[in-house]
Design a protein around this ligand. Structure first.
Ligand code: G3I
Length: 373
């Protein structure tokens, strides 16, 4: 209810100001900044695409530095983009991101060094361990080395587990063996002793997959290699945020001496084609009208339920603000979200805090309100 009055107040103030003959200010400029509201609790981040890094997207150009103090490259630091051929690196976009973040005093999370998806074509078909090892070592040393001392953290390994907590049978496991994960962290630690080193994955709040994370953390720690935190991606549904499992995971990871982050937060409002909360980008589904119920606008009733879900999540994360170090939204606004095209292309989803014209949704105000309780 308080969120509703906040919105009414916001609309009244903006309307009044916009008619004021003096200096016009945009609706965005008077918003409470998420990064300030939660500055004593955790970093508030977003995923940036190329247009945003180059500040070519007028919509969010002011909103991003106003609201966020951490950024993750949505794509430009992935191997397929940054290392497209043997001994060929394309650092222009990643360099631009680093400059952008420095200009706005934002912490950069590098995403991601070792991932079975978005691999360069020259790696995808490798069969011999020597070639994969050469790519693996060269990639980590070159990319981490380039941003040594400037980047805040790395998603060293991304999505290495199956849903049952066993290791995903990726090219890395098949050719380099189980120790590839420990070796990835060892190489990253050596290449940049200051950067924080994370394991990042989806559904690891679920008990079975969480157990897999705990097992791989213990192997890394037993090898005397550093791992600083776990990124729970947070690709959930607005009507099924697994709060209890999230709380259990924060407590479990904290007991291993690790920080927890929600690294790719979005709350989809569209029907899913599967029962499970799948988030593997390589799995897709077929289009049908029922799967795209709101192509023109999000019903207010649904927006209100989503706002309550975001608020419940933030209330939980505030309870563990000593264990949770960052919350990153996977995109600035609904129009940017990967969920408009996954698992079904061409849908209209509404998973984030800002709408398609970068105005705050109910969820933005409900999140802000959690800190004022
Ligand atoms: O850059 C090319 C462009 O040149 C080409 O014209 C265009 C059409 O094919 O594709 C562009 O690359 C796309 C890229 O996004 C940039 O837009 C890739 O095809 C597309 O697969 C890629 O999707 C990204 C996906 O990861 C796969 O890398 C999504 O934007 C990104 O949100 C998503 O993020 C992942 C995290 O990295 C890991 N966790 C899951 C999360 C969601 O899948």
């Amino acid at each position: 209810m308080r969120a509703k009055y906040s919105i009414i107040f916001f609309v009244v103030v903006v309307t009044a100001i916009s008619f004021y003959p003096g200096k016009r200010i945009s609706a965005q400029q008077i918003l409470p900044p998420l990064k300030e509201v939660f500055k004593k609790d955790f970093l508030i981040g977003t995923a940036l695409n190329s247009m945003q890094i180059y500040e070519k997207d007028a919509g969010p150009v002011k909103l991003i530095p106003q609201q966020f103090n951490a950024v993750t490259a949505e794509n430009v630091m992935k191997a397929a983009e940054i290392h497209p051929q043997w001994n060929v690196y394309q650092f222009e976009m990643a360099d631009k991101l680093m400059d952008y973040a420095a200009r706005y005093r934002m912490k950069v999370n590098g995403h991601t060094l070792v991932w079975h998806s978005q691999l360069p074509v020259f790696v995808q078909h490798m069969k011999d361990a020597d070639s994969v090892m050469r790519f693996f070592v060269d990639h980590i040393n070159t990319v981490v080395g380039r941003y040594k001392g400037r980047i805040y953290s790395w998603d060293v390994v991304n999505e290495a587990l199956e849903e049952d907590g066993t290791l995903r049978r990726s090219i890395f496991l098949e050719t380099l063996g189980e120790d590839y994960i420990v070796n990835a962290f060892r190489l990253a630690q050596k290449a940049d002793p200051k950067a924080k080193l994370y394991y990042n994955d989806y559904n690891i709040e679920q008990p079975l997959k969480r157990a897999g994370v705990i097992a791989l953390v213990k192997k890394i720690q037993a090898a005397g290699v550093r791992i600083d935190g776990i990124g729970i991606q947070g690709h959930w549904r607005y009507d099924a945020v697994p709060l209890q499992y999230i709380e259990e995971s924060i407590r479990a990871f904290s007991s291993l001496g690790l920080e927890t982050m929600i690294t790719e937060l979005d709350l989809s409002v569209l029907p899913g084609p599967w029962e499970s909360n799948e988030a593997d980008i390589n799995k897709t589904a077929r289009w049908n009208e029922r799967m795209n119920p709101w192509p023109d606008a999000l019903p207010d009733t649904v927006a209100q339920i989503q706002a309550k879900a975001y608020a419940s999540l933030f209330i939980l994360l505030l309870k563990y603000n000593q264990q949770v170090s960052r919350i990153t939204f996977w995109g600035v606004n609904d129009g940017q979200s990967w969920l408009n095209d996954w698992p079904i292309k061409g849908r209209t989803n509404y998973p984030l805090l800002f709408d398609r014209i970068f105005l705050p949704k109910h969820a933005f105000y409900s999140v802000i309100e959690t800190r004022r309780k």
